[in-house]
Design a protein around this ligand. Structure first.
Ligand code: BGC
Length: 446
């Protein structure tokens, strides 16, 4: 299939995504409060080589040159997140005007350059002060979050029209509160279920607040999703795969669509009911204007007797000896096609947008250039699958590459590089990789 931008139609949105903690740095500057990530990275051996996001890409100080570069690369839609503790250092109450000013400058410059801001309200960096009060485990988070969302609409809503409430609730609730491998490093089923319910409630609550304050807004939220397949045709592998699918793909979209939590396949999930109060079920539902899907790979699942709660486990790409990225994720372009089909099969689903897709590979700078053939191929193959889904009738309206700059990849530190633009973290020098040049040419106006 010959890949052209035109094949996607002229209203299709082409962009790039980033997240505050992964690029901004300036973690204690100009009145910013600490977030759970600022604190988590200080703990020993939580992050690859004890890297931190203290400086990251220094985007806080370099956003002007970075936005100009984005503009030169023909990128006209930019998804980024607000650091909650930069504008509300304690998470509630006092406002840090310098933080608000930073985002005002960023939004103004983007618009001046013809770049539409797509704003994510929560990309995992909860104010540490709120974590001390229980964080996402505390039901009060819904109101704290609601106040923060209202402020963002008040300060930025005159210029920002596209909003995403949460980034991947599955990942931050599981990695941060069940496995403890992301901030704040909490563990266990009770924490996870409380967080999942409070995140699902906050997702709809936040969206409702935006809509009530700005009727012409486009409000969405984003979900991590992976195409899931059983390891074999044996019944127990099929059941295991179904359970993984609930956790990886269904847990947050179904309550949002008014279907309730998908608890029938995994008994232990029913314990979430303990957190559900009167009216919650209705409150979990909200008619979003779009759903953001974020896909990187597929997962093969097999039955595993000794895995608590699930009796299921991932058969890694390494074990299967298939092509992998630097994250050890399988390179499997069809995944994004299956995911688009899967979500579009829900009866009352709004339009879909791919809000993240991309890959980490070990890039090399040779004579001042980065020829990242694998990433270019990955993006092209993924786009062919997006187009395939679109041509089969899936209402997919946009595609954002993860990510613009190489950045702080959470527990993996600076090791995996996902950027279209290479960053030398010693000098902060940027080099547009050949994948970035390809994307720029691909999306350039005819
Ligand atoms: C997250 C990003 C992350 C990317 C690659 C997504 O789960 O939203 O913050 O860097 O995947 O791991």
């Amino acid at each position: 299939m010959h890949l052209t931008k035109e094949a996607f139609g002229n209203t299709f949105v082409w962009g790039v995504s980033t997240a505050a903690y992964q690029i901004e740095g300036a973690h204690e500057h100009d009145g910013k409060g600490l977030s759970i990530w600022d604190v988590f990275v200080q703990k020993k051996n939580k992050i690859f080589q004890n890297h931190t996001g203290d400086i990251a890409c220094d985007f806080y100080n370099r956003y002007i040159e970075d936005l100009r570069l984005m503009h030169r690369m023909h990128i006209r839609h930019y998804r980024f997140s607000i650091s909650w503790s930069r504008i509300m250092p304690l998470g509630t109450g006092t406002i840090n005007q310098e933080g608000v000013d930073f985002y005002n400058r960023l939004i103004d410059l983007a618009l001046e350059l013809g770049i539409q801001p797509w704003l994510t309200l929560y990309h995992w960096d909860l104010p540490h002060a709120l974590e001390l009060r229980g964080g996402w485990v505390n039901r009060a988070v819904k109101d704290w979050f609601g106040d923060y969302v209202g402020l963002c609409v008040k300060y930025f809503g005159d210029r920002v029209k596209h909003w995403m409430v949460l980034n991947e609730p599955t990942v931050f609730s599981a990695a941060g509160y069940f496995f403890g491998v992301h901030a704040p490093g909490k563990k266990g089923l009770d924490n996870f279920l409380a967080v999942a319910h409070h995140a699902a409630l906050s997702q709809a609550h936040g969206a409702r607040i935006i809509k009530s304050l700005q009727q012409d807004s486009m409000v969405g939220t984003t979900f991590s999703c992976s195409h899931v397949e059983p390891f074999s045709n044996r019944e127990r592998d099929i059941i295991a795969a179904r359970k993984a699918d609930v956790l990886l793909n269904r847990l947050f979209i179904e309550p949002l669509l008014g279907m309730g939590y998908p608890t029938s396949e995994i008994k232990v999930l029913r314990r979430i009911e303990k957190h559900i109060k009167q009216h919650d079920e209705a409150d979990l539902k909200f008619d979003m204007d779009f759903i953001g899907l974020q896909n990187y790979t597929r997962e093969i699942i097999r039955y595993a007797l000794f895995v608590p709660f699930l009796q299921a486990k991932i058969v890694s790409a390494k074990e299967r000896k298939v092509a992998m990225t630097a994250m050890n994720w399988e390179v499997y372009p069809e995944s994004i096609y299956h995911i688009l089909q899967k979500y579009s099969a829900y009866s009352n689903i709004p339009p879909l947008i791919i809000t993240e897709n991309g890959a980490a590979f070990t890039d090399q700078v040779v004579d001042g250039k980065v020829d990242d053939v694998q990433r270019r191929q990955y993006l092209q193959d993924a786009l062919r699958q997006v187009l395939r889904a679109k041509q089969e009738g899936v209402d997919v309206r946009g595609y954002f590459v993860w990510t613009f700059l190489d950045n702080f990849e959470w527990a993996e530190g600076y090791y995996p590089r996902f950027g279209l633009v290479h960053v030398d973290f010693e000098t902060q020098k940027r080099i547009v990789k050949s994948s970035g040049q390809w994307y720029a040419n691909f999306i350039a106006p005819a």
